[in-house]
Design a protein. Structure first.
Length: 201
């Protein structure tokens, strides 16, 4: 099974994905990590790399293709895989599509807090703002810029909730609780699939 996880900035989707990998003993493919890696290869931060990506469609295509190929490779090996990325649901239509949502202000507060920690800031590889308000502004600009590219290049808007099978609001619950909701959903799917097999036998 391939499970794709998307979400808006600060929703905790990366933490949720890590918890799911541990709890479900699956592989993990991280499109955002591939993007940050490619930015690092060019000695750029995330904002600089995104500006370059706006001018070169091949960058987005390479990121998404790398993630997609890795996911299907794991599946062929008989392994379940968690794929984290804004538009991976689009490239892996056979996946179970999950969206982790957070209220924008809560998301900005989480990101701002992360950026005060040097290790977390290095992982995020993005411009450090001076306040929560500035973080929210930069985050909204980044989200809009990403959406514009995805609509232009792929014809899909990752912000539209109808693209997903399951939406979990993380604004007032922990990443662990979000993961538990996703696990319960996946277990129900497997149970329903098993019942269908038994009925047709």
């Amino acid at each position: 099974m391939i499970i794709t996880i998307s979400g808006n900035p600060g929703s905790g989707k990366t933490t949720v994905a890590k918890i799911l990998v541990e709890k479900l003993n699956t592989k993990r493919v991280y499109a955002g990590g591939i993007m940050r890696e490619m930015a690092g290869e060019r000695s750029m931060n995330l904002e600089e790399f995104q500006k370059l990506a706006k001018q070169d469609i091949n960058i987005d295509k390479e990121i998404d293709q790398r993630a997609c190929d890795k996911a299907r490779e794991y599946q062929k090996q008989g392994q379940d895989v968690i794929v984290e990325g804004r538009v991976q649901y689009h490239f892996l239509p056979e996946s179970k599509k999950v969206y982790v949502y957070v209220e924008p202000k809560v998301g900005a507060e989480r990101i701002f807090k992360d950026l005060q920690d040097k290790e977390a800031a290095a992982v995020r590889n993005q411009k450090i703002a001076d306040s929560i308000e500035e973080t929210m502004k930069l985050t909204e600009e980044r989200e809009a810029g990403d959406a514009d590219r995805y609509i232009k290049f792929y014809g899909t808007d990752h912000r539209k909730l109808e693209n997903y099978d399951l939406i979990v609001n993380s604004s007032e619950i922990s990443a662990k609780e979000v993961a538990e909701k996703i696990i319960a959903y996946l277990e129900k799917l497997k149970k329903d699939d098993l019942e269908k097999v038994n009925e047709s036998a």
